[in-house]
Write a protein that binds this ligand. Structure first.
Ligand code: GLY
Length: 293
């Protein structure tokens, strides 16, 4: 019997991803295929200035993209980081997964691999992103803008797939890589436990292996909602231990029964899109304060 498919995606622009992915899932397409098509719609949208084409550049004015994909059935995964002038990095991450014995390619190597496989060089700058970059350029090492699109899908055969794609923090140092292309940090998917993804300050998500933590919590019986809340608490706890302000992070998770959850730090305003049974709704995530987790 076919399982009712569901797809969830981060931020208001996640609605665009869900709009693309949900009909594909309804037609019986695999979770990862649908999630990548959804994520690509956001990569293509120049109005989304934190993902793909039109993303705000790094400190030296270069747009540098990160992405990863993971298939819950096989636990195959692929990722690219620090990629310039290639627009569809989620698809490129999938090619790394399918065509190489590796998981992660970076920088010039990832670009070379893209060109070998039919991708073309494109400018990722837009007049709007350049103007925004000039206008808000900070004098210190302040960075901003971490609204990654993470898409988690459950298909009709009961398999999970996920994608995470971003231009990363605007004004990041050249060479900086956040959580989004790091399997276990920005994304983790295992049919035997569930799928989880992240958005927010990548350094703090990496420090707690956020998505892997959530999937392992689900493996040990926590619901997607409970697991996401515990991951935010872990970030909060670590901030106390390190004597720093808790960073803005948000997590979302999905299990094989179609249960989902999300949570964000106290200082965040995080919403996500949920598509199921032909309908799409936006949900505001619960804010979580306090530590432990
Ligand atoms: N979460 C995206 C980044 O920190 O680059």
């Amino acid at each position: 019997m076919a399982i009712p498919p569901i797809v969830i995606a981060t931020w208001p622009f996640g609605k665009e991803a869900v709009e693309q992915a949900l009909p594909l899932l309804a037609k019986g397409k695999p979770a990862l295929d649908a999630a990548i098509v959804g994520a690509q719609a956001v990569e293509d949208n120049p109005k989304v200035m934190s993902v793909g084409f039109g993303g705000i550049p790094n400190r030296i004015g270069t747009v540098s993209l990160d992405a990863c994909v993971m298939d819950g059935k096989t636990m195959n995964c692929g990722a690219v980081a620090g990629v310039e002038n290639i627009k569809h990095v989620a698809s490129l991450a999938r090619l790394v997964m399918e065509k190489t014995p590796h998981v992660l390619l970076v920088g010039e190597g990832a670009k070379w691999f893209a060109l070998q496989n039919g991708f073309v060089l494109e400018t990722l700058l837009t007049p709007e992103s350049v103007a925004e970059w000039y206008k808000k350029r900070p004098k210190d090492l302040k960075m901003d803008g971490h609204d990654t699109v993470t898409v988690l899908a459950l298909d009709q055969t009961g398999h999970l797939g996920g994608v995470c794609t971003t231009s990363g923090l605007s004004y990041k140092l050249p060479g900086r890589v956040g959580d989004s292309p790091i399997i276990g940090a920005g994304l983790y998917v295992d049919d035997e436990a569930g799928a989880a993804g992240a958005t927010g300050t990548g350094e703090e998500i990496i420090r707690i292996s956020g998505s892997h933590l959530i999937v392992e919590l689900m493996r040990n019986g926590k619901s997607p909602q409970e697991a996401c809340e515990l991951a935010v608490k872990r970030v909060n706890q670590l901030a106390v231990r390190r004597g720093v302000h808790a960073a803005e992070v948000a997590f979302l998770a999905l299990d094989r029964k179609g249960n989902y959850g999300a949570a964000c730090s106290e200082s965040s305003q995080f919403s996500f899109a949920v598509g199921q049974s032909g309908k799409i709704e936006m949900i505001t995530a619960k804010k979580v304060s306090g530590g432990v987790g």
